[in-house]
Each structure stands twice: as structure tokens, then as C-alpha cells.
Design a protein around this ligand. Sequence first.
Ligand SMILES: [Fe+2]
Ligand SMILES: [Fe+2]
Length: 316
Amino acid sequence: MCKFLYLYIYIMFRDYVNNNGNNVDILYKNMYEKQNYQGKKHIISKLKYDKKYKIKDLFLLLNKVIDSSDPDTDVVQTEHCYETAQAIKNNYFIDNNLKEINIRDLFTNEEWFLLDKKYKKMYDTRIDKLYKDVKNWSWLILVGLIHDLGKVLVLEEFGKFDEWFSVGDIYPLGCEFHKSNIFYEKNYHKQNIDYNNSEYNKILGIYDYEVGFDNVEMTFSHDYYLSECLKHSETNLPYEALYIIRYHSFYSWHTPKNNIRGYEYLASETDWKYLPLLKLFQKSDLYSKKNDFYKKFDIDYFDNLIDKYIQYPISM
Ligand SMILES: [Fe+2]
Ligand SMILES: [Fe+2]
């Protein structure tokens, strides 16, 4: 196989095939069997957001975390954060401005083929044009830097949550589990208490058609946790930044392995509008993990971004 084609395949997809029966498989088994609607409601009712942490101190804590849901890496999480930020800066920016990025290029051919005409039309443009209200995109690099800080949930001082409550892909609770979720074919979700609940186990479950993901109870995870921490804090981050953080692990929606988009019936127009943003982010979240291209980090630049957007300690 051509060296570059091999590299492309290697970096664009998460290698779950060779991870059967290991930590990844066990983690998803636990997640699909144990995460449930009432459980999520109970956890979030206990969160207080009454402790303050500086972003830089959170990086020190994150160094203690290894995410076994991630089949592609055993690097410390801080390194992954720096690599993701650097990849976003290198891939998408030129002279501190967002490059011209065609949205069509973010989709596979099959995904594009399956898209409704309405969204093909919406996406027939560039990122900067679809989100024309965004004048300065530098926060996107900062999102790369901080997007996984919520993984501190597994540490003692944050409640020592099990990994299946903290890391891995996220998906809606209170409705039918979609076939586009990873490991769907293993049927772990059928052991879940919600599977036998006739109210939850319907396509829409407890939700209205196109209700919008912000109105859906997603599985508890580092995505939800960090986005809520930031909402409870004083920052200069725009809604788009919080949206990426909240849904960056929603793979069955933004990057389904089978190219069939999950949970379309719950998505609002806002979710469709921000889908290209999630796809843009995802390509750098993974891209950085399997190579040594970005070992040189613009640390001072990143520090300035923290000072610009998150001046005060955040509530956790
Ligand atoms: Fe993540
Ligand atoms: Fe990540």
C-alpha cells in the first residue's frame, strides 16, 4: 500500500478492530450496561461547582490521567491536549487567521451522499462563511488545548468516577440506542435497565422530534462536565467553543463509523449548523495522536490564549 495512503488510514480512523477484549471493549461494555437516564439525572444533581481551579493547575492534575477508552494512545492526556491545539493551529490557521476550509471536504463521500438536500445546500460553502458572525477564531485553538480537561473526573479530588462515566463516546439517554454507536453489534446496551423501559426504548423516547441536543440528556462524561464547569464560570469563550467541548465525543452523530448519522431526529437546526464545526475539530483531535509531527508546541501562544479567554479560575 502507498505509504501516504497507509498514513492517511492510520490517522483518520480510530483502530477499534484490534482492541476487542481489552480495556476499550470492557469500558464500552460497562458504559452501555450501566449508564442510564435516571443515573445521569442523579449524578448531575450532586455536582456543586463550588471549587475553583486555574487552568494551568488542571493540566498538572490531568497528567495523572490515562484514558483507556482511547484505542490509539497511551500518551499522557496533557500531551494529547497540546498536540490537539498545535494540530488545529498548524492545520487550520495561517498568520493567526482561519484558512479557507471547504465544508464538503470534512465529509466522506458516503456521508455526503446520505445528507439531506437541504444540508448539502447549507454546507456548500466555507467554514468562515457559514459562521460569518465569528470574527476571531483563536478560541478554536484553545478548545483543542482544554477540551479533555474534564477527564480529571477519574481523580480522587473530583469524585473518582469510573472511566465508563468519564471517557469514551457519548450518546443520548432516554431514547433508543442507535446502531451507529461503536460496538452496537455486541448488544451490551440490551443489558441496560433502560432497554426494558417502554418509555425510553422508542426511537424518540421521552423527547420531541428535533428537540435539539441541548435538551437531550446525554451520557455523563468529561464533555458534559467541562462544558458545565465553563458555563458556571466567567470566561470569554463563545457559544461555539462550549458547543464543541460538550459534543466532541458524540461520534455516532458527527463521525459515525458506518457513515450513517445517528440521532438525526433529535437534532435541531442549531445542531445541523454546528455539525461541520464538530467535524472540523474531530479531525485534529485524532490526527495528532499517532505521529511525531507536532512535538514542538507554541506554549507561549497557548498561554496567551488562556489569559485572553479564561482569565479567572474555573468553577468545578
Ligand atoms: Fe475528549
Ligand atoms: Fe481529545
